[in-house]
Design a protein around this ligand. Structure first.
Ligand SMILES: NC(=O)c1ccc[n+]([C@@H]2O[C@H](COP(=O)([O-])OP(=O)(O)OC[C@H]3O[C@@H](n4cnc5c(N)ncnc54)[C@H](O)[C@@H]3O)[C@@H](O)[C@H]2O)c1
Length: 426
């Protein structure tokens, strides 16, 4: 309850400081429902839809779903029928879905390389969008979306749901209250592992997949044309044409939440290194690393030390906000630990008297996604502003893309905040 209250207070107060948000008019379809079109009903699409129904119930109506693999299109339709009790129209081409003027909002939960064209087209069609992270596949495409959202004066929520997670909101408040003193340093990490017969990101390919029920050309979009390839379609995260790998799939959550909790925007530099070390079998044609470290500097003496490895998950997923007087750790999106610096027994009374604690909220990420979707629909209905507008989605993604650029070119990457452009150092 306390977390919920502070979340609401925080969202209210953050509304005042977020960059000028579009003035939304309440958008309601028939029966006061917000009408939803859904593009991409794969793993994330299905899950976010489930969370949307949990959070908003009958306030939303999914009237159309779109997917280029028939199996997932059918699953999306089923989910709507089960949760919403209506039969949505089905589409294979998202541009056909966007032509429906009765749709108020569009959820885009497709692979990364498709976000740009889909978001730009949805905004041009006058839709508000929930756009999964990363905002786009390149920095330049991200700027296009930021500009298009402003021009269209539509609401865009980027799917960085940690901003709606009560524990990160709590961490932000604690830091603002001075509980860990000055903060110049964050350690962030994401570790995973699996058995040899279950390589990272080699998701199962449905048995029935073929060229008739899987529209490979529409999946490719503007990416390089290639012959039909099931692996590229269902395991797109492993290939540079469609994904930035760890940098844009995982790390953007952590640059995002560090920006949010500590009040930062974009780094001034990034140096990354890594490679394919764990899943290096010669039969595996993956292109993106399974091992990545990235070091960021920000203006105002601030540093992120990031590491990710897909061969050991002992340390799990988390961020450690290392203040000069204490530490806040948020682990696996559901644990918050607060501890103070001991200064070898010489801690001043005002620090020693701070009460250490640990909060554990299993399943808190589900609540965060529900709150994130609700925040979006509320904003569309004219209540408040979104907590992850395109500008902050772009800031998070810039950090991720800088890591990819550094890794792939073996060079330090600099960010120029005056020109909003990157360059290689030296
Ligand atoms: N916020 C989070 O925590 C989180 C977690 C997981 C995934 N994601 C993001 O969600 C997005 C989707 O990831 P996923 O894991 O669901 O991938 P997925 O491969 O499971 O699902 C993608 C879906 O898009 C469909 N698709 C492909 N091309 C299409 C097109 N041209 N038109 C319509 N549908 C098309 C595919 O058939 C598939 O059903 C990515 O951007 C990913 O980064 C976010």
């Amino acid at each position: 309850m306390e977390n919920e209250v502070s979340r609401r207070n925080f969202i209210r107060s953050s509304a005042a400081v977020l960059a000028a948000a579009p003035a939304a008019l309440p958008m309601l379809g028939a029966n006061n429902k917000t009408t939803v079109g859904w593009v991409g009903t794969g793993t994330r699409g299905n899950y976010v839809m489930e969370m949307m129904y949990k959070a908003l119930g009958k306030d939303v109506e999914v009237t159309a779903v779109c997917d280029t693999y028939k199996g997932n299109l059918a699953k999306g339709k089923d989910k709507v029928q089960t949760n919403g009790g209506n039969a949505p129209k089905t589409y294979v081409d998202y541009r056909d879905l966007l032509k429906d003027p009765s749709i108020d909002v569009v959820f885009i939960t497709t692979p990364e390389h498709l976000h740009h064209d889909m978001a730009i087209a949805a905004l041009a069609a006058g839709k508000n969008i929930y756009l999964e992270k990363p905002i786009a596949h390149t920095i330049e495409e991200g700027w296009d979306i930021v500009k298009a959202a402003k021009k269209a004066n539509k609401i865009v929520q980027v799917g960085t749901q940690n901003r709606s997670n009560s524990l990160y909101i709590k961490a932000k408040e604690m830091i603002a209250q001075g509980m860990i003193g000055d903060i110049h340093y964050v350690r962030a990490f994401w570790y995973r592992n699996s058995l040899n017969d279950n390589p990272a990101w080699r998701y199962a390919i449905p048995d029935d997949t073929n060229e008739e029920n899987t529209d490979f050309n529409r999946f490719l979009g503007t990416a390089k044309k290639r012959p039909f390839h099931k692996g590229r379609y269902f395991q797109w995260r492993l290939y540079w044409d469609y994904s930035g790998g760890i940098s844009t799939d995982l790390l953007v959550h952590q640059t995002d939440i560090t920006n949010f909790v500590v009040g930062k925007t974009v780094p001034t530099s990034c140096m990354a290194s890594g490679g394919i070390y764990r899943w290096a079998d010669a039969s595996d044609d993956r292109e993106v690393p399974d091992t990545l470290s990235a070091i960021y500097d920000y203006a105002d003496k601030f540093h992120i030390n990031y590491s990710c490895y897909f061969g050991n998950e002992n340390f799990g997923y988390g961020e450690q906000f290392c203040g000069n007087e204490g530490t806040i750790e948020v682990l696996n999106r559901q644990v918050l630990k607060f501890s103070t610096e001991k200064f070898r027994g010489k801690a001043p009374a005002n620090i020693a008297s701070r009460k250490e604690f640990e909060t554990n909220l299993p399943g808190n990420d589900n609540l965060a996604v529900q709150a994130h979707v609700k925040n979006f629909i509320d904003a569309v209905r004219g209540n408040g502003t979104v907590i992850a507008p395109p500008e902050v989605g772009q800031q998070a993604a810039i950090g991720g893309h800088m890591a990819t650029l550094s890794l792939r070119n073996n060079k330090k990457v600099l960010w120029n905040a005056k020109t909003d452009k990157w360059s290689f150092a030296g």
